[in-house]
Write a protein that binds this ligand. Structure first.
Ligand code: NAP
Length: 544
């Protein structure tokens, strides 16, 4: 039984001085005043005010207990109520955009336009899920009516739909302070499914997280939802995040970050007395295969597009094209010469954190030291702190196939050209690939027709296959797949972007021989919500 919802006022503009540095444990603020830390402006390496205080283990536990208490209330919400809540969060984000942009640009070094665009995408995601749950068909209602006369056994009445799993922990991504963070796709899809959410703020943009967390808490209050609907924890993922991951109330985890971090959470989740699913988006090198005819016809345009895709956002996108596969030919030689020239012209760019910059430098040093791999082009260096210099490597197919470490993501503006002697070597390279979010092929119409087997190989290793385009730029839609076989995702059957992301936080429940009045509204004979349902194997919007 929920208290009446308060009308949703447009909040006053936030100022940065309103940051307190404390977690949100439901409606309460964190009490710990020890071990303060600050976010750092990566462009200047200067620490930003104010101090932030890690949540205590007891506070992390409290957030989980509150989430557990909120679970049945959220599970019982109508699609309309959830939609209103999601739209209200989006409205509040819209009103707070200046403060969000001001803080995020300082904390991440990302330009204002990028932050504005990402906030737009974040609001769009919330509204997409609002529309989805308001319409209601996503719940996959299925009805098999009883047949008491069936021989040799009577057929029972079976009705099934998707239910929320319960409390979800969301680990924010360093490289998306909005779209994959506090109010990002994981949170939006978990709320849409009807799950309480506990967010681990990323230390790289903890002030941005606090502003966003405050907006969600206000939306929870305005909707009259229980305080356990949402908590935001500050502190180390390895300590506080692990504590949440082990809590018995938790039912699923959403994560975007390193393979090491994702694996650690997968291992923790699997070792629990009650294991839970982890939806971790980790590392992807996004191979791009270039066929000779395409290079001959439009090699310069492909080189220009590819260097833009490799260096967009200082290469800090999960869909950054890190492998370029081509067969030796005059057109391919000219293409690589052009690509190298474009890499050489690139200015360096500020990375998100000093740690990510160090990891990039180490990745470059390790690859440079690898036998059979050489640097063929490098961009300009300004010598400023935390700047990444675009770097293009090259190797031969045989070296690549023999060395799995060449498939490791170097997070930043770097790519590896893989020279193949012939189609057999291209097949060997593609056959050796690990799982990726995307795979791309450029070819003429005739080539694409002739290379159906090659394209099928790409489909086997990636969640999204791109033809004659570039992999960066992920549309948020009903059809997008942002996932792929391990290690791009921990569970390659899912997507972390788009409306299908909701299914990660659901489970199927079947109701057998229920009286009509006891069924959820979605499954009642009269079909009071007007849903599209699968009735005895046939899709129908009608009553039965
Ligand atoms: P990260 O180190 O994996 O951290 C992501 C989040 O997970 C942080 O909140 C972190 O908290 C937490 N975490 C890390 N290890 C954990 C563990 N063992 N247990 C529980 N929580 C843990 O990633 P990052 O800081 O964003 O960037 C580091 C590297 O990750 C990059 O250099 C890049 O290689 C990779 N990365 C890849 C992508 C991609 O899209 N492919 C995106 C972002 C980053 P604490 O740090 O506070 O412990």
């Amino acid at each position: 039984c929920l208290p009446p919802a308060r009308p949703s006022p447009i909040p006053p503009p936030l100022s940065l001085s309103s940051l307190l540095g404390f977690s949100f444990i439901g409606f309460a603020r964190g009490q710990s005043r020890t071990a303060p830390y600050r976010s750092v402006n990566p462009a200047t390496a200067g620490a930003l005010e104010p101090d932030f205080f890690p949540a205590t283990v007891a506070e992390a536990d409290k957030a989980c207990v509150l989430a557990d208490q909120a679970t049945p209330v959220l599970a019982g919400l109508s699609g309309q109520k959830k939609a209103a809540f999601l739209r209200d969060i989006a409205t509040r984000i819209e009103a707070a955009t200046p403060a969000l942009v001001a803080r995020a640009t300082q904390e991440t070094g990302l330009p204002e336009a990028r932050c504005q665009g990402e906030i737009g995408r974040t609001m769009g995601q919330l509204r997409l899920f609002a529309d989805l749950v308001e319409k209601g068909d996503w719940i996959d209602a299925r009805i098999e009516t009883a047949n008491p006369d069936r021989k040799p056994l009577p057929k029972p009445d079976h009705r099934s739909l998707l239910r929320p799993v319960g409390p979800v922990a969301v680990f924010c991504a360093s490289n998306f302070p909005f779209a994959y963070s506090v109010a990002g796709g994981d949170t939006a899809s978990a709320f849409a499914a009807g799950c309480p959410v506990i967010v681990m703020a990323h230390h790289a943009h903890v002030g941005t997280a606090e502003i966003m967390g405050g907006l969600i808490v206000e939306a929870v209050k305005a909707a009259g939802l229980p305080e356990g609907t949402f908590s935001l924890l500050m502190g180390e993922g390895r300590i506080i995040g692990q504590q949440v991951a082990k809590h018995p109330a938790l039912r699923a985890i959403g994560f975007t970050g390193s393979r090491v971090g994702g694996r650690a959470l997968m291992d923790t989740a699997a070792a629990r007395p009650t294991p839970i699913p982890v939806y971790a988006e980790m590392s992807s090198v996004n191979p791009v295969v270039l066929l000779e005819g395409a290079l001959a016809a439009r090699g310069e345009a492909i080189a220009t597009g590819l260097v833009g895709s490799c260096t967009l956002g200082v290469g800090q996108f999960c869909t950054q094209p890190g492998l370029i596969v081509l067969t030796r030919s005059a057109a391919a030689e000219a293409f690589v010469a052009k690509l190298s020239a474009l890499f050489t012209e690139c200015a360096d760019g500020v990375m998100l954190t000093a740690g990510i910059h160090q990891a990039y430098q180490k990745g470059l040093a390790d690859r440079t030291a690898q036998s059979g791999v050489k640097v063929i082009a490098q961009g300009k260096s300004s010598g400023q702190p935390n700047r990444a210099v675009a770097t293009l490597f090259a190797t031969e197919a045989k070296t690549f196939v023999a060395d799995a470490s060449l498939q490791e993501e170097i997070f930043g503006p770097s790519s590896l050209v893989i020279w193949c002697a012939d189609q057999c070597e291209v097949d060997a390279v593609l056959g050796a690939l690990h799982g990726n979010l995307t795979a791309t092929v450029h070819g003429t119409d005739a080539e694409l027709g002739q290379h159906a087997a090659l394209i099928a190989r790409l489909e086997a290793v990636a969640g999204r296959v791109v033809i004659n385009g570039f992999p960066t730029g992920v549309e948020v839609s009903h059809a997008i797949v942002h996932g792929g076989p391990y290690p791009s995702l921990s569970d390659g059957r899912t997507t972390s972007v788009g409306s299908n992301a909701i299914y990660r936080f659901t489970r199927l429940v079947c109701f057998q021989n229920y009286p009509d009045a006891a069924l959820p509204a979605e499954l009642r004979n009269a079909n009071p919500l007007g849903l599209s349902r699968l009735v005895n194997g046939t899709r129908s919007n009608s009553a039965i």
